[in-house]
Design a protein around this ligand. Structure first.
Ligand code: ATP
Length: 470
């Protein structure tokens, strides 16, 4: 009962979580479409983030900025000049690779520790390292590399009818800049005092060189970002606060702590503007991968925008009676990536009866994340009207499935596999028969324990609501 990506991908395709994009045309590499269950799951993840980060958190407010922004934004942010990957081609087999990844993989394979993290190596240092160790092409095994060159990861397009340089716009590679450029708008309209934060969920685009591992790394993805503005000098306190807050969010939604690790960046690995960064990593079947980057970014971003736009980005601190540019803490989470992590974390194959070789697949998703909160199952098709009435009543408040096909055991298993936490079975007692009075109750089966309780229909809503709370 090993968790493999094959099993996860097969379940996703087979049950309607995730389909290959543009499938009928042979697909488009590394694009994925969320099916009826996947859209519910991902929406629930985003709702859970918004609930804890915006609705319940009195420091923070929300924002939904445009994907297309004035190109100057990307000059200020450093993305036009710097947002690139070091590429090299194998002259023998013509395969293209990210030099940093080739080096990283080679070091892992040879138990070689670099004097500094690979991200901190210059292009020339990478080239020298590859040559010194005669690192072979992972594809053909030869050592005959081109020079390393930088490839900008931003997607370019044109605004309007003329396709020339002055009409070039970029698809945003992160949601963060939409927040920075609105810093004054948000502060003025909300009259928030420091510290306060601005949250945004939205699509980002990166022309990744090596996308892959299903939805882990794609060129179009969604981010959930918070930019938390605070007084200079308080940033490390707030950094720790948000680190802990983010960790708790994952745990509250049922993610197992043993599948997580918080990796602090070494001083050499830190970006030049950051004085603390921690990556939250999750152990995917293909290895540890970053889920959430939490970074203390000093006043770098707002200062860049002040310098580039010429607009004042300072905050007036009434208590101190001074103007300054706030410091910022940025927890940045990939919606698709964390959705995949929740799926993997929840995936279980449980031996129900070893003698009979009976194994059930269960997605042990937190009820708040589960696509359906319950499934209404009439024991007989004759009970369809009553069952549908209950379905309709519950559907006012929750996503509810309805299934009357097949044996009840098979229907339970189908719901287990898609993570539905409760099955509500309607039987003849519910509606009464010629000889028996209706008890107006249903049987509620728990996905995880498989235990069943009988409860009045009138109590169902409150029962489900309580189970979904987090
Ligand atoms: P990586 O090292 O994996 O490329 P990154 O350090 O470039 O990630 P950030 O720029 O910090 O990532 O982005 C913040 C978060 O956005 C990541 O932790 C991840 O969850 C998500 N993310 C980034 N790039 C992608 C992508 N190509 N596909 C899916 N999610 C992504």
């Amino acid at each position: 009962t090993e968790k493999t990506m094959e099993k996860i991908v097969a379940l996703c395709k087979g049950r309607g979580f995730v389909f290959a994009g543009s499938e009928i045309y042979g697909g488009l590499a590394n694009t994925w479409d969320y099916g009826p269950l996947g859209v519910e799951l991902k929406n629930n993840v985003k709702k859970a983030w918004w609930k804890k980060f915006v609705q319940e958190n009195h420091y923070n407010v929300g924002l939904d900025a445009a994907i297309l922004m004035n190109p100057q934004v990307w000059v200020a942010s450093g993305h036009v000049g710097g947002f690139s990957d070091p590429l090299m081609d194998c002259k023998e087999c013509k395969e293209r690779f990210r030099a940093d990844k080739v080096i990283e993989d080679w070091c892992a394979e040879h138990d070689f520790t670099l004097p500094k993290p690979v991200d901190a190596l210059s292009q020339a240092e990478m080239k020298a390292f590859v040559d010194e160790h005669q690192i072979p092409c992972p594809s053909c095994g030869k050592h005959n590399w081109t020079d390393i060159r930088q490839f900008n990861l931003m997607f370019k397009t044109f605004q309007g009818v003329t396709e020339d340089a002055k009409n070039t716009v970029y698809l945003r590679p992160e949601t963060a800049q939409g927040i920075f450029v609105n810093f004054q708008n948000v502060q003025r309209t909300t009259r928030k005092k420091l510290p306060f934060g601005v949250c945004q969920v939205g699509k980002s685009f990166r022309n990744e060189i090596t996308p892959g591992n299903f939805t882990f790394r794609t060129r179009e993805f969604e981010q959930m970002e918070l930019e938390f503005f605070c007084q200079p000098g308080t940033e490390l306190e707030w950094f720790n606060y948000w680190k802990q807050f983010c960790h708790q969010w994952l745990l509250d939604l049922g993610m197992k702590d043993e599948n997580l690790r918080l990796r602090d960046h070494d001083p050499e690995e830190l970006s030049h503007y950051s004085n603390a960064t921690t990556d939250f990593e999750f152990v995917f079947p293909f290895g540890w991968g970053e889920l959430w980057g939490v970074a203390s970014r000093t006043n770098f971003d707002l200062t860049q925008h002040q310098n580039t736009s010429g607009k004042d980005m300072t905050y007036f601190d009434q208590e101190k009676n001074e103007h300054y540019i706030p410091y910022v803490i940025e927890p940045s989470l990939g919606a698709d990536r964390v959705t995949l992590a929740f799926l993997i974390d929840a995936y279980d194959e449980e031996v129900v009866d070893a003698a009979k070789n009976d194994v059930r697949t269960v997605l042990r998703l937190h009820p708040a994340l589960a696509p359906f909160k319950c499934a209404v199952l009439p024991l007989s098709k004759k009970l369809g009207d009553k069952a549908m009435e209950i379905r309709d009543m519950l559907a006012k408040d929750f996503m509810v499935d309805y299934d009357e096909a097949g044996s009840i055991g098979k229907r339970y298993r189908r719901q287990d596999e898609i993570g539905t936490p409760f099955c509500v079975t309607v039987d003849f007692q519910t509606v009464g028969t010629d000889t028996e009075e209706a008890d107006h109750c249903v049987t509620v089966r728990d996905r995880d324990t498989m235990e069943q309780v009988r409860m009045p229909i009138s109590e169902l809503k409150a029962y489900l609501a309580e189970k979904m709370a987090f």
